[in-house]
Design a protein around this ligand. Structure first.
Ligand code: 1GP
Length: 254
């Protein structure tokens, strides 16, 4: 198993560079229009393409991943809502454990069931402490996970959860307000969490303006994930990318 994707993230973090990932929901693209989306992403120098969603209804994951692969070398990282959403054609996998919840199935149960199959794919596995933060509306992830999100103003709970995840050996911490969240994760929560962990911090959910993406990076996010806003207006890719990459050289003080 290679370590290429994770290494690139930690190298960038060490240099104070921020990364941008576009989330592609295989249900919301067609094999035809995904080409245009990928072209825009490549032009805008997007760092990673995340593919997945909390609930995938269609059966075209392999096709979408291979179609993207034909267009670009940008790493394709799966962001699965369940073990059935895995494609060996991708490059990496966010191996998510829902550490903000107390649903044993999403903490470890489904991992046990799918472990041999996941290993066989040869994907780069990136263990991720996944934390769902209340986004102001019930999101697909908050419903499907059957677990309480962390209240948006409880920075200390988020901080302790992230610290525990890191000490358990997770290589990334992901703060997610859920796709289409009304309120994205607050900058104060990002700041508090970023100060207490060394591993890269991923932030997503409801980030719908370049300004928000920029402020999240300033607050301490290392990787910003945007899905919904780009589905609605793909021209945002360029502005988002410029805003995120404009924060290069910024290392949050501990
Ligand atoms: C959701 O963090 C991702 O899991 C992205 O959210 O679709 O709201 O950008 P959006």
């Amino acid at each position: 198993m290679t370590n290429r994707i994770y290494q690139s993230l930690t190298d960038k973090k060490a240099k104070g560079e921020k990364s941008f990932a576009v989330l592609i929901d295989p249900d919301k693209v067609t094999l035809e229009n995904v080409d245009e989306l990928v072209r825009l992403a490549v032009d805008a120098k997007v760092d990673y393409l995340l593919v997945g969603g909390s609930l995938i209804i269609s059966n075209q994951l392999d096709e979408v991943v291979t179609q993207i692969k034909k267009q670009t070398d940008t790493p394709i990282i799966l962001f699965p809502g369940s073990p059935s959403q895995i494609s060996k054609y991708a490059d990496g996998l966010l191996y998510l454990s829902l550490i903000s919840g107390r649903n044993a199935e999403l903490l470890i149960g489904q991992h046990v069931i799918s472990a041999p199959f996941v290993k066989e794919t040869g994907l780069e596995i990136i263990s991720t402490g996944y934390m769902v933060i209340d986004g102001g509306v019930p999101t697909t992830v908050s419903y499907i996970s059957n677990a309480l999100p962390i209240p948006s103003d409880k920075n200390e709970i988020a901080m302790c959860t992230a610290m525990a995840g890191e000490m358990l050996g997770m290589k990334l911490i992901y703060l997610d307000a859920g796709s289409g969240a009304k309120k994205s994760v607050t900058e104060s929560m990002i700041e508090v969490v970023a100060r207490k962990i060394e591993v890269p911090l991923v932030v997503g959910g409801g980030i719908n303006t370049p300004e928000k993406a920029y402020r999240n990076c300033k607050a301490g996010a290392d990787l910003v994930v945007v899905g919904n806003a780009i589905e609605k207006d793909s021209s945002l890719i360029r502005e988002m990318s410029e805003a995120i990459h404009a924060t290069a050289g910024f290392v949050a003080s501990k």
